[in-house]
Design a protein around this ligand. Sequence first.
Ligand SMILES: Cc1ncc(COP(=O)(O)O)c(C=O)c1O
Length: 363
Amino acid sequence: MNYESLVKPAVRTQPVYEPGKPIEYVARELGLDPAGIIKLASNENPFGPSPRAVAAAKRALEEGELYPDGGCFALRQKLAQRWGLGADQFIIGNGSNEIIELLGHAFVGAGDEVVMGAPAFVVYKLVTLLFGAKAVEVPLVNHRHDLARIAAAITPRTKLVFVCSPNNPTGTANTEAELLAFARALPEHVVGVFDEAYAEFLEKAPDLRPLLTEGRKVVCLRTFSKIYGLASLRVGYGYGSAEVCALLNRVRQPFNVNAIAQAAAVAALDDDEFAGRCARENRAGLVQLEAGCRKLGLETVPSVANFMLVKVGDGGRVFEALQRRGVIVRPVKSYGMPEWVRVTVGTREQNERLLGELEAAIR
Ligand SMILES: Cc1ncc(COP(=O)(O)O)c(C=O)c1O
């Protein structure tokens, strides 16, 4: 008997997440100098981590022999202050990815349905399948979540519905009014999950807190991986009712978020200057990329996030060609978009380099 025959059925058919390629892999594979490679594949922050966060992380490392605060007290206090919510209305995760999995643990079982847009962040589907449930994928319209269609896909078996805004991989967003109306119309038996991983890049992020005051069943997800540049530390959070946070806390591991990440996240929240500057630079980068692509005759999807879809013809070929030229982007064939690549907005210089290499790669 091999292991494959022993695992649970969902594991046997479970698709595998394909991350953006690390610089060192590409350098090794292609015999390139890592110093000359730029990675614009995983929607990371090209300006690095918040400096305040780095200083706090270094200090926390000095106490590396101690287990972290399993309850993330200081971080939840800080978030509570910032959001004007109770500290018990936050769940902290090893990246917001983990919170998606906790939602699966808490709410999703065999035979259940989970509704999501398509294409949207693939982890919703992966978690759904892992728990033996059915992923009900609702095609986007004009690359944007059509919330009426998503609402229409809800059935008595639906447990969760994911709405990603701004959406990965399209970079499109729904308005505050759309999101509020959608959430207010959700049936009693459904938990609405609003993934706001890229909300800080918006000029004004929708405020979904009225839904909590009204007692709606919603959980909103945020991350320190993007605007605060802490992707390697793995820390994200959800906010919702105290009741749902307590349930999600029940299904997590005791020390799911390490102390260095907690300290960095607390300090990052004090670094509004850094976050504001990253958001402004990102908006300038979007304009730069859009203009550059237009010059090359390439269609883009207008984005409000820190990445952009570019229609290049054969996405796989252009991805490979760019990689040989030292620029790592993301092919999106697995998202059903074989003609496109997704590029992260870099620094002004990185964007320029990308556009130059793109010109050569599409020839
Ligand atoms: C829409 C969306 N949600 C969540 C995540 C996960 O972020 P993290 O686990 O790093 O907090 C990502 C990462 O790319 C994302 O694009």
